[in-house]
Design a protein around this ligand. Structure first.
Ligand code: UD1
Ligand code: UDP
Length: 364
């Protein structure tokens, strides 16, 4: 039996790795161990509960306003012991967080082969998103198994000289997760609060946006909220103190904006499914919204998810107030633009990515 150690630590990794955990645990070929770093705390718990995944190890490293130094050093120090004790045959990490990079680095130091789920996403700009572009490129240097969500991601790896025999195109496990969460009969008091207004979902958290870019984003949104009483904005704000304070300063007294705690993944997916549109700087939401047919204004200068832009659902609007304001107003006023962007289209797979990952690891 192969011993597979699956490591994750933040909300988006958990959402995309829990389907892999559940698939691999259902197979007799694998002895699966789950190690969470606890880079996130409440937001990680919400996902573990939703998928009923119980970690074997929790490094519990999160502290308030943690720096990249804190996260990197604390994971590296504490994960060594877990890997040395369990001696896994393969360590699986996901995407581009500091958890993924450091867990992969620790496995590399111990000469344990690393499998990289969601491999090959690139902006080719190490500072955007920061530090995620570095993290995923670095994991690509030592990954023995690359599980790419799309052909475009595979092409990125090939252009860096990776061995094609070590790349599997699987689809994105976010679609596996989405298939289990969205329900036709979903109800929630938040949706009652929206009533017959257009529901706009807002999220913002990127490290490089905290500061002036976040203020510009939220000011643009505040202007639109004040001008359009027929919209209702729900903002599940990231617990990062900078996000919380900026949200409170700029949006808290707007009648048609609700700043709330992060939603659990089942509520979040269903609320997006009920929405008119989304504004975000998130990565994962750029994969989910096309599948749900919801236009997304991506408040970033770059994206590693060009498939959603090509599908017509995502539009990159940058982080300047005037540009965000104009794009937001256009989507509210121009029906042709709205209907162009709101066709459901899913370039990220059929919801069986976890099965393909398990199949590949079973024979390797
Ligand atoms: C991290 C990832 C980012 C990912 C994001 C998803 C890195 C460097 N960044 O960024 O790639 O897009 O997660 O959300 O790996 N906090 C809590 N409770 C929680 C989570 C966070 O209070 O459950 C607060 C803490 O004060 C913490 C701060 O948020 O110090 C920042 O968390 P951190 O994981 O360092 O950065 P994120 O911006 O969440
Ligand atoms: N999400 C959630 N609750 C929320 C906001 C987002 O469950 O209140 C989910 C969302 O569906 C997506 C993931 O969290 O799957 C995205 O996480 P985040 O934006 O924190 O990180 P990123 O994808 O940018 O790395």
């Amino acid at each position: 039996m192969k011993k597979i150690m699956i490591v994750f630590g933040t909300r988006p990794e958990a959402i995309k790795m829990c389907p892999v955990v559940l698939e691999m645990k259902s197979r007799s070929e694998f002895d699966v161990k789950v190690c969470v770093t606890g880079q996130h705390r409440e937001m990680l718990e919400q996902v573990l509960e939703a998928f009923n995944v119980k970690p074997d190890y929790d490094l519990a490293i999160m502290k308030k306003s943690q720096t990249l130094f804190d996260v990197t050093a604390n994971i590296l120090r504490s994960i060594q012991e877990v890997f040395e004790k369990e001696k896994p045959d393969i360590v699986l990490v996901h995407g581009d967080t500091t958890t993924a990079f450091v867990a992969g680095l620790a496995a590399f130091y111990l000469k344990i082969p690393v499998g990289h789920v969601e491999a090959g996403l690139r902006t080719h700009n190490l500072y955007s998103p920061f530090p995620e572009e570095f993290n995923r490129q670095a994991i690509g240097l030592f990954a023995a198994y690359n599980f790419s969500p799309t052909e475009a991601a595979k092409t990125n790896l090939l252009s860096e000289g990776k061995n094609p025999d070590r790349i599997w195109v699987t689809g994105n496990t976010s679609i596996d997760a989405l298939k289990t969460t969205v329900r036709d009969d979903y109800s929630n008091p938040l949706i009652d609060w929206v009533g017959d207004r257009h529901l706009v979902v807002l999220t913002a958290h990127r490290r490089e946006n905290c500061g002036e870019p976040l203020k510009q984003m939220l000011r643009a949104i505040r202007r639109v909220a004040d001008e359009y009483s027929d919209i209702a904005i729900i903002f599940p704000a990231h617990p990062n103190p900078v996000v919380q304070e900026t949200a409170k300063d700029i949006l808290s007294d707007a009648e048609n904006v609700k700043i709330i705690q992060p939603l659990d993944v089942i509520d979040f997916h269903n609320i997006v499914a009920h929405s008119y549109m989304v504004l975000t700087d998130s990565g994962g939401i750029q994969e989910e919204a096309p599948a749900l047919g919801k236009p997304v204004l991506v408040m970033r200068d770059t994206t590693e998810r060009p498939e959603g832009v090509a599908a017509g659902t995502l539009r990159l609007v940058g982080t300047e107030e005037e540009n965000i304001y104009n794009a937001f107003v256009e989507l509210l006023n121009n029906e042709a633009v709205y209907s162009e962007m709101s066709h459901a289209s899913n370039p990220y797979g059929d919801g069986f990515a976890s099965r393909r990952i398990a199949d590949a690891l079973a024979v390797e």
